[in-house]
Design a protein around this ligand. Structure first.
Ligand SMILES: *Cc1c(COP(=O)(O)O)cnc(C)c1O
Length: 346
């Protein structure tokens, strides 16, 4: 029986078209800027996001860290959401490796940071304080359940950053899910940002790799940061080839993942014992109601054992299960999950 894996969109495998492109890829030494497949992917990504230049990095974590190392000096501070991926799930790389201090502000339930909180987090020109260099957003916001941030909100933050002489970074690991959710050109979601990172893996299905975009001078510094982090690779066109297929053919179908997430949330919400907490973009999150006498862990392991359905009981919030739909989860799989949960709880 084929498994249905909803633990995350990071479990998505490369498509047959990607494997074919990988086999055919023209390659060269990318540290010498000699890999034509990487060069093309970087040029396409920069153009798509409306920025001057791009660099192919190993992961989203590396993209964010390269951005912060390229933007900030040691002892400087950045303003960032308290539940952001960069602050919570990247081992504090900015502090560990860059001597950069995170100044956290609360992430609102809709994934935004309040402008007055940002305002209050800027240090005055005072020799006791670290210099505030940058503000960062996350779109879609992971811990806010895949919430997309709008072009209007992003423009307000860009304006705030400009007025206050701050740089503006967007962790756009799933920025194309946000573009699909609003039905806008991704350029509109990153217009005022100095840098944006996004994942070619996850919903876009490439086996690995992320992209960081910004102006030419910034990208030159980010390439230096990538080198010292050990992320400069040689004939990496084999991976960039998959990334190109991801960038050109997988963005426009993300709406299907959102539709499937909605179908799943609706189906589950009709089952006694299930409390849906929310559904945004390709995320669904729910818990079991108190009158169900099966623990979350037994529920998750029974689905795996009896139905080959994989859910993750870890979500950052106790008792809440978070699912993410992706390319390899079709409508039939959604109906199977609803039926399995229904029979397990009956
Ligand atoms: C996945 C993710 C990252 C990190 O990407 P990796 O490729 O796993 O290192 C960064 N930010 C957000 C919001 C993510 O969801």
């Amino acid at each position: 029986m084929k498994s249905i894996d909803l633990r995350s969109d990071t479990v998505s495998h490369p498509t047959p078209a990607m494997r074919e492109a990988m086999a055919r890829a023209e390659v060269g030494d990318d540290v010498f800027h000699d890999d034509p497949t990487v060069n093309q992917l970087e040029a396409d990504a920069a153009e798509l996001l409306g920025k001057e230049a791009a660099v192919f990095v190993t992961s989203g974590t590396q993209g964010n860290l390269c951005a912060l190392l390229a933007h900030c000096n040691r002892g400087e501070s950045i303003i960032i959401g308290d539940s952001s991926h960069i602050f919570r799930y990247e081992q504090g790389g900015m502090a560990q490796l860059g001597g950069i201090l995170p100044h956290i502000v609360p992430v609102q339930p809709d994934g935004t940071l309040r402008l007055r909180d940002l305002e209050g987090a800027i240090n005055p020109d005072d020799e006791h304080k670290p210099v505030t260099r940058l503000v960062a957003l996350e779109n879609t916001h992971n811990a806010a359940g895949g919430m997309p941030l709008s072009a209007e909100y992003t423009a307000e933050v860009a304006d705030f950053a400009r007025r206050n002489g701050l740089l503006f970074h967007i962790d756009g690991a799933r920025i194309f899910n946000a573009a699909a959710a609003f039905g806008v050109d991704v350029k509109a979601l990153v217009a005022g940002a100095d840098s944006v990172s996004f994942c070619l893996s996850k919903g876009l299905c490439a086996p690995a790799g992320s992209i960081l975009v910004g102006d030419r001078d910034f990208i030159r510094r980010a390439r230096r940061a990538r080198k010292v982090l050990g992320g400069s690779m040689r004939q990496v066109g084999v991976l960039a080839a998959a990334g190109s297929v991801a960038l050109h053919t997988m963005r426009d179908r993300l709406g299907q993942d959102h539709d499937n997430a909605q179908l799943l949330a609706e189906g589950l919400s009709e089952l006694p014992g299930i409390c849906i907490h929310g559904q945004n973009t390709n995320f669904v999150f729910f818990s079991l109601s108190d009158d169900i006498d099966i623990s979350l862990d037994s529920f998750v392991s029974a689905l795996r054992r009896e139905y080959n359905i994989y859910l993750s009981s870890y979500s950052g919030e106790r008792g809440v299960i978070r699912l993410r739909t992706h390319y390899w989860i079709d409508r039939r799989a959604i109906y199977k999950v609803i039926a399995a949960v229904s029979s397990l709880l009956s």
